[in-house]
Ligand binder design. Structure first.
Ligand code: UT7
Length: 333
């Protein structure tokens, strides 16, 4: 039986640190409001001409490959999650493939918003378990800072999001003791418009992108923060429990929960609801904000680097986001 396992992790965040106080130059907000409501102290913004979505993903991937002791040429497939690609199409997976010099191998671009990385990991897991590929690069990368409206009108969204990238090398193994145990994917399109960017869209009477759309705010991120919050706290717990039930484990068995970094209050609510200790949950939202598909691989890499993940540990990844989507992965490290 072939299983899949994570053999290398990496991340990249832009050097440009934007503090809560920095944001007060553009909008009416305060460090206190942002910290109290979200737990965020600062985030990173990319620098035009220096970083792109694909270049950040490439840097994260190179780090993950180095740590797996692999050359890029050993990668069989790239699965790339982002909602902020460099081009409308083709996706950033193509650009990253080019930067890594991997012309010819298959690439899959997926969206799935904040759950994108877990969806990507699940796809990699299936391809490996069916013996189609042996080594897959799974990436989440986002540049949110160029999408958000940094005026007071957009402040409820703008203060949350940041830029960054994370990557994992997923490889085939025959070892049943150290592997991805299961992944669980969900979505509910009834809530699509509770967190979305409407334009550019194909189903329009005229062109897919017009000046009027920009003027009417169609390119801005629209978020019903309260609805997202309420669904998130329910779905996070549900999908974590689903992964435990599927493998015959209890909450106590979790060594480390790596939740999507949406809001410290969401993570804290879920932690308390599940009866987990603070040391069992990874939080780094204070440093990077919400980096959507990149948040889990960044948090996972940092946790690994801090020595919080040891062989044999039971690691749970869990996400919730726009769509709505929610997903989990249970890993025996
Ligand atoms: O990965 C999924 C991504 N999204 C999420 O996870 C979002 C989940 N939701 C949230 O995190 C929270 O709903 C927010 C942090 C977005 C907002 O917090 P909230 O406690 O739900 O605040 P609210 O939207 O109910 O707004 C409360 C007040 C409003 O003022 P009034 O109407 O009470 O006078 C807002 O205008 O706070 C105001 N406000 C702000 N004030 C200062 C909203 N954004 C800001 C801001 N700075 N940045």
């Amino acid at each position: 039986m072939t299983y899949s396992t994570i053999t290398g992790l990496g991340f990249y965040v832009p050097q440009n640190v934007v503090t809560n106080s920095d944001l007060t130059q553009y909008m009416e907000t305060s460090d206190q409001w942002i910290q109290e409501r979200t737990g965020i102290k600062q985030r990173r913004y990319f620098t035009y001409g220096k970083e792109t979505n694909a270049s950040m993903a490439t840097a994260a991937s190179r780090m993950a490959l180095d740590r797996a002791n692999l050359q890029p040429s050993e990668v069989d497939l790239i699965v790339f999650a982002t909602i902020t690609p460099d081009y409308f199409f083709p996706g950033s997976a193509f650009l990253m493939q080019r930067e890594l010099g991997l012309e010819g191998i298959g690439v899959i671009d997926i969206r799935n918003q904040c759950s994108g990385f877990v969806y990507a990991l699940s796809i990699a897991d299936q391809f490996i378990k069916t013996d189609m590929y042996k080594t897959i690069l799974v990436v989440g990368s986002e540049i949110q800072s160029s999408w958000i409206d940094k005026s007071t009108e957009g402040r409820n969204v703008a203060v949350i999001f940041g830029d960054g990238a994370g990557a994992a090398v997923v490889q085939a193994t025959n070892d049943p003791e150290h592997r991805i145990l299961s992944t669980h994917l969900h979505a509910d399109g009834r809530y699509a418009e509770d967190l979305f960017v409407k334009e550019p869209g194909s189903s329009r009477p005229g062109r897919a992108a017009t000046k009027e759309m920009i003027d009417e705010g169609g390119f801005d991120v629209v978020m019903n923060g309260n609805a997202v919050f309420k669904h998130a706290v329910v779905r996070f717990s549900e999908v974590i429990n689903e992964s435990l039930d599927a493998n015959g484990f209890k909450t106590d068995d979790i060594s480390l929960l790596v939740p999507h970094q949406a809001n410290i209050r969401i993570s804290e609510y879920v932690r308390q609801q599940m009866g987990l200790a603070e040391t069992q949950v990874v939080n780094n939202i204070h440093k990077y904000g919400n980096t959507t598909a990149a948040s889990i691989p960044i948090a996972l890499t940092e946790a690994y680097d801090e020595g919080r993940i040891k062989p044999g540990d039971l690691i749970c990844l869990a996400a919730f986001g726009s769509g709505f989507t929610w997903a989990s992965a249970l890993i025996r490290w």
